[in-house]
Design a protein. Sequence first.
Length: 205
Amino acid sequence: MQLYYAPKTISVAVAIALHEAGLDFDAIKVDFASAEQTKAAYAKVNPKGRVPALVIGGEKILTETGALLEHVADLAPDAGLRPKGPIQAARMREVMFYLASTMHVNHAHKLRGHRWADLASSHQDMTAKVPETMAASCAYVCDDVLAGPYVLGDQFSLADIYLYVVCTWLDGDGVDLNQFPKIQTLMTTMEHRASVKSVMDADML
């Protein structure tokens, strides 16, 4: 497998999951600084011009973080990445969908305002709003998502990987993590996992 990723983006969540699953993969860096994701060569991998993208067997390509995380869990059912109980599995997905549809979008307003508006003043307004919207998401995560050190209490799952990577953006988004001790606990807990240490050693985060 080949994982196309960009450092410090949500694509790193897939790398963490692959390490957790004990699956071999080649990490291929997409250089956002040179806008490599917009070039024709990468369009053949992912016409959406985004990361992650996972190439399987040299030809099958999957995209979208949530789908890739679920695929990794399917490939390694004994790795404990997804709870077996239907309610807990749905809860895991509920959190992942929230992160994808809301918290990640809140963050994207800082640097990706052109997706929603053309005026520079609109971009500036969206950027200025990011600390507020991300802090609101953090409050929701602390009050209604984290049931313990992990989303599902003491049980680790894909949702924790997803949430951890999103939370690595908070400092840059102007959020005071001292206001959210539950998130600090999640971050510390995750950073002790071998999978996270591996992506850190590879300068992905």
